[in-house]
Design a binder for this molecule. Structure first.
Ligand SMILES: NC(=O)c1ccc[n+]([C@@H]2O[C@H](COP(=O)([O-])OP(=O)(O)OC[C@H]3O[C@@H](n4cnc5c(N)ncnc54)[C@H](OP(=O)(O)O)[C@@H]3O)[C@@H](O)[C@H]2O)c1
Length: 252
């Protein structure tokens, strides 16, 4: 019988928060994790921590807004492995701090988009040849319930009154990328899905990481759970073009 190849998974922004929790869980399930991080020290420390727990992990320097670094990362993965099975586009920022849309600078909105949307597109495009080489393959885009236009426009939703134009529109755009890429890549055996982690106790948006979690805020393991579930589906699973969270499907 042919030897089963280890699943090779790249996670962007994986040195902390939801990305790191995802790396820990998928590594424990036997996946070989590539920790994408723009901060070499933190990325290497994360890898050390995973290796110490018996997880196969390596560091890849990856600022998703730096095209040269993205190309170098794809070249390195190609040279070292020649393929990739799972890409988890997790790196994200939120800089607009609920300022009214009428006052929010487009410079801030652009920064949100540079990381959350254009960074995700650039990384995805660069990794597609490796995912094709490793197919069947999966792309998981870490989105947000705040990017759901269905929830934002529903007066009965708690997101109706949320106001964060840069972050919300960047994550709505991520969802659109999921829809479009899922259709283009269906014939290549690559699934593409969006996941909402939910409100999670990380350092996201400048929150102090060690601050006590307010009521309703989940721990990091819960925030990572749906990403882990989607990345643990059998490699030949055909689920694609979905937007889900722990509680089920979300409206786009
Ligand atoms: N926490 C929540 O409540 C929540 C809710 C819904 C969705 N999400 C989404 O979940 C994802 C992970 O967030 P988190 O809560 O784990 O936040 P986090 O702890 O702040 O982690 C975000 C990660 O993204 C990285 N990152 C930021 N800009 C980057 C860039 N240009 N290139 C590469 N990496 C970059 C960060 O690195 P640095 O430390 O170097 O900045 C960090 O490693 C994000 O996409 C976020 O939008 C979070």
């Amino acid at each position: 019988m042919a030897e089963k190849k280890t699943v090779l998974t790249l996670i962007t922004g994986a040195d902390k928060g939801i990305g790191f929790a995802t790396a820990q869980a998928l590594g424990k399930k036997g996946q070989h994790i590539l920790i994408g991080s723009r901060n070499q020290e933190r990325g290497e420390k994360a890898v050390e921590q995973l290796n110490a727990a018996g997880i196969k992990a390596d560091f890849i320097q990856l600022d998703v807004t730096d095209k040269a670094q993205i190309t170098a990362a794809a070249d390195k993965i190609d040279a070292d492995y020649g393929y990739l099975n799972i890409l988890i586009n997790n790196a994200g920022i939120a800089l607009d701090h609920h300022q009214p849309a009428s006052k929010l600078s487009t410079d801030t909105i652009r920064q949100d988009f540079d990381v959350n949307y254009f960074g995700l597109i650039d990384v995805t495009q660069a990794m597609i040849p490796l995912l094709k080489a490793g197919k069947p393959a999966k792309i998981i885009n870490v989105s947000s319930n705040m990017g759901s236009m269905g929830l934002a426009s529903d007066p009965s939703s708690r997101f109706y009154k949320v106001n964060s134009l840069g972050y919300q529109s960047s994550k709505a755009s991520v969802n659109f990328a999921t829809i479009i890429f899922s259709k283009e890549l269906a014939t290549d055996d690559i699934t593409v899905n969006s996941v909402n982690p939910g409100w999670t106790a990380t350092g996201f948006g400048g929150r102090p990481e060690d601050a006590p979690a307010p009521a309703g805020m989940q721990d990091v393991a819960t925030g990572a759970a749906q990403i882990i579930k989607m990345a643990s589906l059998p490699m030949d699973d055909k689920t694609t073009g979905t937007f889900t969270e722990n509680d089920g499907t979300l409206p786009w």
